[in-house]
Design a protein around this ligand. Structure first.
Ligand SMILES: Cc1cc2nc3c(=O)[nH]c(=O)nc-3n(C[C@H](O)[C@H](O)[C@H](O)COP(=O)(O)O)c2cc1C
Length: 337
C-alpha cells in the first residue's frame, strides 16, 4: 500500500501527515522534527513581532531544509505578521478563523509571493466559499478537534461532504486522528492528508508544559469539553480543552456568562518573565510561558477527543513512522475483506 497522495507532491512531503499548528507549542524544534520525519511541520506566527517571527524562521532553516508551513489566526489583524512570513520565504500559509470573499488581500498577497493558501473550515458551504475566494487547500476541521473549533460537524460526516463539495481541490482532515487507524480512515473518506494537533502536542520535541502533558496522557476520550470559557483576548470563540479546575468551578457556579464567573480577572500564576497570568486567558501553558504547575493546570488545556488514543510521549519521527505503519496495516486488513 502506498500512502502518497497528490497533495504530498504539491507540498513536497513524503507522507500525508501534517503537524497541525498548535499555538505556542508549534515551535521550530517540533516543526523541524515533523518535517525531517517526512511530514509537514507547521510554525505559528499569530501576534508575533517582526523579530520573533524572523527568529522562528531562522531556527527552522537551521534545523531542516525540508518544506514547512506557517499559520496565522485571523481573529484580529495579522497583515504585518503575514508580510514578515512572506519576506522570510514562507511557501505554505495556513489561516484559521476567517471567511474570505474573492479579492481578499490575505489570499492575494500569498499568491503574489507564489505560495499556497490553506484555510481551516467546518462545513461544505464554508469549503465552497473558501475555494471561490481562491483558497488552494481546505482543512476540514471536525467538532472533535482540540483548540479553537470553527464548525460543529464531526469529522466522519464532514470530510466526505467537503470532498464532494470541492473536489478536485485537496482536502485535509483535522480533528480526531490519534493514530494510524484514524489516518487510514480519513484517507478512505477522500482526504489527502491528516492534520494532527493533540498527537504532536505530545511529541518529545513539543514545548507543552509538563502538567498539560501529564493530564493529557491520563485523559480518555470523554475528558474534553467544548466551551467559550477561555476568552481573555479572544472572546466568543469556542474551543475544546481538557476538563480542569477552572472549568469545574465555572460549572459549579451554574455556568455564568463572561464577566460574572468565579475568579474573574484574578492572577493564577506567572510567566517565565514574571508577568501575571489571568484566569480565563486564551493562552495554553508551555514550558517557555509558565512556571507553576497549579497555574498550568488552571489554564486552557487545549486537547481534542483524540487525546484518549494517546498514551505516551515520543519523538516526532516515531509519531510519523507509527502513523504510517499503522495506517498501512489498517488499509491492508480492509483490502482483503
Ligand atoms: C494546543 C492546541 C493549540 C492550537 N492552536 C492552533 C493555532 O494556533 N492555530 C490553528 O489554526 N489551530 C490551532 N489548533 C487547532 C489544530 O490546528 C487542529 O485543528 C486540531 O488540533 C485538530 O484536532 P486534534 O487535536 O484532534 O488533532 C490548536 C489545537 C491544539 C490542541
Amino acid at each position: 500500500v502506498g500512502l502518497k497522495t497528490p497533495l504530498c507532491q504539491r507540498l513536497g512531503i513524503e507522507f500525508p501527515i501534517i503537524q497541525a499548528p498548535i499555538g505556542g507549542a508549534a515551535a521550530p524544534e517540533l516543526a523541524a522534527a515533523a518535517s525531517e520525519a517526512g511530514a509537514l511541520g507547521m510554525l505559528t506566527a499569530t501576534g508575533g513581532d517582526d523579530n520573533s517571527i524572523r527568529q522562528r524562521f531562522a531556527s527552522m532553516r537551521a534545523l531542516t531544509t525540508r518544506p514547512f508551513g506557517v499559520n496565522l489566526i485571523l481573529h484580529n489583524e495579522q497583515r504585518v505578521q503575514l508580510e514578515t512570513c512572506l519576506a522570510e520565504g514562507a511557501r505554505i500559509v495556513s489561516y484559521h478563523w476567517r471567511r474570505f470573499e474573492p479579492g481578499d488581500p490575505y489570499i492575494e498577497e500569498v499568491h503574489a509571493a507564489g505560495a499556497l493558501v490553506l484555510l481551516t473550515i467546518g462545513s461544505a458551504d464554508d469549503a465552497r466559499r473558501a475555494v471561490d475566494a481562491g483558497v488552494d487547500v481546505v482543512v476540514a476541521q471536525g467538532f472533535e478537534a482540540g483548540g479553537h473549533v470553527w464548525g460543529s460537524v464531526g469529522s466522519l460526516p464532514l470530510i466526505p461532504a467537503v470532498v464532494d463539495a470541492v473536489s478536485p481541490v485537496p482536502v485535509v482532515a483535522a480533528g480526531g486522528i490519534g493514530d494510524g487507524r484514524g489516518l487510514a480512515a480519513v484517507l478512505v473518506l477522500g482526504a489527502q492528508a491528516g492534520w494532527l494537533g493533540t498527537r504532536f502536542l505530545l511529541a518529545d520535541e513539543s514545548p507543552v508544559h509538563p502538567k498539560h502533558a501529564q493530564l493529557a496522557l491520563a485523559a480518555t476520550e470523554t475528558d474534553t469539553v467544548y466551551s467559550s470559557l477561555f476568552d481573555g483576548d479572544w472572546p466568543g470563540a469556542p474551543h475544546r480543552t481538557l476538563m480542569n479546575s477552572t472549568y469545574r468551578a465555572w460549572v459549579g457556579a451554574g455556568s455564568p456568562p463572561s464577566g460574572q464567573r468565579p475568579g474573574e480577572g484574578e492572577a493564577i500564576g506567572h510567566t517565565v518573565e514574571g508577568r501575571v497570568i489571568l484566569r480565563y486567558n486564551v493562552n495554553h501553558p508551555t514550558v517557555t510561558r509558565v512556571v507553576e504547575d497549579d497555574a498550568a493546570e488552571a489554564m486552557a488545556l487545549y486537547a481534542g477527543q483524540s487525546v484518549g488514543l494517546i498514551h505516551e510521549r515520543k519523538p516526532a519521527r516515531r509519531i510519523v513512522q507509527d502513523l504510517v505503519t499503522e495506517a498501512e496495516i489498517a488499509l491492508k486488513a480492509m483490502a482483503v475483506a
